[in-house]
Write a protein that binds this ligand. Structure first.
Ligand SMILES: [Zn+2]
Length: 275
């Protein structure tokens, strides 16, 4: 999955640091990231290349011995050789490590941007120097990184699984039922509610499969398998889903990718490891 970057190691522990010339930097603009294309591979700018364009910098995290920073640019100017690249596309031009750090840096960028001002009193927030936290100097409000838990659900019935087909260019892709955990709900209760809302079915034997940070939208995805309980007739909720159906093993061919929890769960079912 996207977070599995072994042998590289991700270190999220916060410390107060100033960027050094060789550190790698992220700049984002409307879902795009600043990168350089070189021999069919994308690369991030170093701080030395971006320093003249920087308005503000934030320490993000470390991978192995390399520090990564977030840079907010002064204006639209960008260094020569660099361009804006879409985060969700051009996967074949990115190393696995780059895909992961890109999503993760984006998650932090969303949070820093959304919390420049205190939500309680409107005063500009300040950065704490000991932990990843923003503080309001007026009312003392403490703001911690926001992560939204969401469940991904594999509903099975013997040799069948419920999937949601979609088209991405010339590919036919498959998703699973999914939804956000609501306030006051356990993740297992979300599974029951979402399955009922989206396809009108009852489920039992809810089992945790695994989880995954999904920084491009600020989520933590939590995967569950469960089994049909009773009637198998799907009633689609037209507002949430346009298609969902039962698929048997052997009926489905998956796009070759090894980074999403959804894909991992579908593979686990198709290969008979989970049901
Ligand atoms: Zn305040």
């Amino acid at each position: 999955m996207i977070q599995d970057i072994f042998p590289n190691e991700y270190h999220v522990e916060f410390s107060w640091k100033e960027p050094q010339a060789e550190d790698l930097c992220f700049a984002f603009c409307k879902g795009d990231v600043l990168e350089r294309l070189e021999r069919e591979e994308l690369f991030l700018p170093t701080y030395a290349e971006l320093a003249d364009y920087a308005q503000k910098t934030f320490y993000l995290f470390r991978v192995d011995d390399r520090d990564y920073f977030l840079v907010w640019l002064k204006d639209d100017a960008i260094p020569e050789g660099y361009d804006w690249h879409p985060m969700r596309l051009e996967r074949e031009l990115k190393s696995k490590e780059l895909k992961f750090v890109e999503f993760t840096a984006n998650h932090l960028d969303i949070w820093y941007r959304a919390n420049r001002f205190c939500g309680s009193c409107g005063t500009p927030t300040e950065h704490d120097r000991k932990e990843r936290m923003l503080r309001c100097p007026n009312c003392g409000e403490m703001i911690f990184p926001r992560i939204s838990p969401a469940v991904i659900i594999a509903v099975t019935d013997g040799d069948r699984i419920i999937m949601t087909p979609y088209r991405r260019g010339k590919y036919r892709g498959y998703g699973l039922l999914a939804g956000f955990v609501e306030i006051g709900e356990s993740a297992e209760e979300t599974v029951r509610r979402e399955v009922m809302e989206e396809v009108g079915l009852k489920v039992k034997d809810i089992r945790y499969y695994g989880s995954q940070p999904w920084g491009v939208v600020g989520n933590l995805s939590i995967g569950y398998f469960c089994r049909l309980d009773g009637d198998d007739t799907i009633y689609l909720d037209g507002q949430e889903l346009t298609a969902a159906d039962w698929y048997t093993r052997g009926e489905v061919e998956l796009e070759n990718e090894d980074y999403s929890l959804t894909n991992d769960m579908i593979c686990a079912f198709l290969e008979g490891r989970w049901n």
